[in-house]
Write a protein that binds this ligand. Structure first.
Ligand code: DLL
Length: 435
């Protein structure tokens, strides 16, 4: 079901007109109200009057995470604090968090973005939406909550964690839609499998909206089979509000981006030039509607590509391919570029392994080491190393051929790798601390 056909199915020509009008307005606001943008534009010799349509976007300066940290907490704000209704922040692993502030309209637009994704999974009145993203400064919980509200659905604000209770309420309250990270969804699926109180046959679950971290087609298959649902990808980032910058439709063939609110570009991260249409590069967003903290050409560091071919669903909004990873997640190990999600892709090809993994990278005697902890599934696991051997060889060969590096594989018992209730942590790169 399409939440807002007028916008989601708008002709490309009309969409460009709308984007142009909105860009002209937001650039003027940035220049007049945010000293940071006035300075940046002055440095480039660009005036708001130079921006006449969306085609002029490349004249504008980029904004980076570094800029947001420098302007912490409210340096990029374009409205007085009396107009602000909410503050969210994403916890950076180092330094200050990235802050976003919202006016009433910002919260309404954010809910609209999430509602469009929920509608693609047919969520509406009578649906119980279990929001198992964390509530708090993280945007996942309240973002999904407000989106469900906008759809007229029943919100179950349980937040992340307490898995026993999650599955009990899922059964007792008749949850039909689950919102959480894909890694936590998998953990919940495992809990249901093991539970003697709740069986999958008793659940009304039919759809899940998973995001906040990269996940693979293999993981989707696993979640859809285990939870007997349709697993829909939802994308977003704090800097652009939170979840609901885009989401998949019923065809699950790319994430439609809500271009009326967030204008996407793909650039080459080295040259900062746009890539040819359809090529992979770094995703950049300009917020076209944000009032409290408008952002021009934000470099997300997410690596993906845009798909302009029309989608069978009738939405005209451009689609984004799965996120390969963030440029800052990419590890260079013995000269080879490695994304953690490549390991998930390989693991989900094997019926013998769970999708859980943990990578430890170190440097010993001037050489990078790459240790990979994986779990065999219950029915294949034995603590006897000799019995593990037949399973290690095919995994090793596949990683060498797909990823291009030789891992030291360690087989752990099922359940030994830490389960996360939010964004999963997959890597410990000890080289970072050795200078
Ligand atoms: O993760 C917002 C969100 C909450 C999105 C719930 C979806 C669902 P941040 O904490 O600021 O915001 O992290 C944003 O997470 O730049 C991507 O690298 C990654 N990310 C988010 N959604 C996806 C996804 C939220 N569907 C960063 N696939 C983004 C892959 C994702 N990566």
């Amino acid at each position: 079901m399409i939440h807002n056909p007028e916008i989601e199915c708008m002709s490309r020509e009309d969409m460009r007109k709308l984007q142009s009008e909105r860009l002209v307005k937001i650039v003027k606001t940035c220049y007049e109200k945010v000293p940071f943008y006035r300075r940046k534009m002055d440095e480039l010799g660009v005036k708001p009057s130079d921006i006449k349509s969306i085609d002029d976007i490349s004249k504008l300066p980029f904004t980076t995470k570094h800029d947001l940290r420098d302007e912490y907490p409210f340096g990029l704000q374009a409205v007085p604090m009396t107009d602000v209704r909410r503050i969210h922040a994403s916890s950076g692993t180092t330094g200050k968090p990235v802050v976003d502030t919202y006016t009433d309209n910002d919260i309404a637009n954010w809910s609209e973005g999430v509602a469009r994704v929920l509608a693609a999974g047919n969520v509406g009145k009578g649906d119980v939406v279990q929001v198992a993203y964390g509530y708090g400064l993280f945007t996942g919980g309240l973002g999904a909550h407000d989106g469900a509200n906008k759809r007229g659905a029943i919100q179950l604000p349980i937040s992340a964690g307490n898995s026993e209770k999650q599955i009990m309420l899922m059964k007792d309250f008749g949850t039909s839609a689950l919102c959480c990270t894909p890694s936590y969804a998998l953990h919940l699926a495992e809990c249901i499998e093991k539970s003697d109180k709740v069986s999958i046959d008793e659940l009304k679950l039919r759809v899940g909206f998973f995001g906040a971290e990269p996940w693979t087609e293999g993981m989707r298959k696993e979640l859809e089979e285990k939870l007997r649902i349709k697993a829909i990808d939802i994308y977003g980032l704090t800097e652009m509000s939170g979840p609901g910058v885009g989401g998949e439709c019923e065809y699950q063939n790319g994430t439609h981006l809500w271009e009326d609110m967030f204008y996407p570009e793909i650039i080459n991260p080295d040259t900062l030039e746009p890539v040819a249409p359809g090529e992979f590069g770094e995703l950049v967003f300009t917020s076209l509607c944000k009032e409290a903290m408008p952002i021009l050409r934000y470099r997300t560091r997410d690596l993906t590509r845009l798909i302009y071919e029309p989608c069978k669903c009738g939405r005209t909004a451009v689609r984004m391919d799965r996120i390969l990873g963030r440029s800052d997640d990419m590890m260079i190990i013995r000269g080879v570029n490695v994304f953690p999600s490549q390991i998930e892709t390989v693991l989900t090809e094997f019926p013998t392994y769970t999708p859980y993994y943990f990578i430890t990278v170190d440097r010993k005697n001037n050489e990078d080491t790459f240790d990979l902890d994986v779990e065999l599934r219950e029915e294949f696991y034995s603590p006897n190393p000799a019995k593990q051997m037949p399973y290690i060889k095919p995994l090793y060969d596949r990683i060498v051929s797909l990823v291009g590096i030789k891992p030291n594989i360690h087989i752990l018992a099922p359940g030994a790798i830490e389960r996360s209730t939010g964004k999963a942590k997959h890597v410990n790169d000890k080289r970072n601390f050795k200078g």
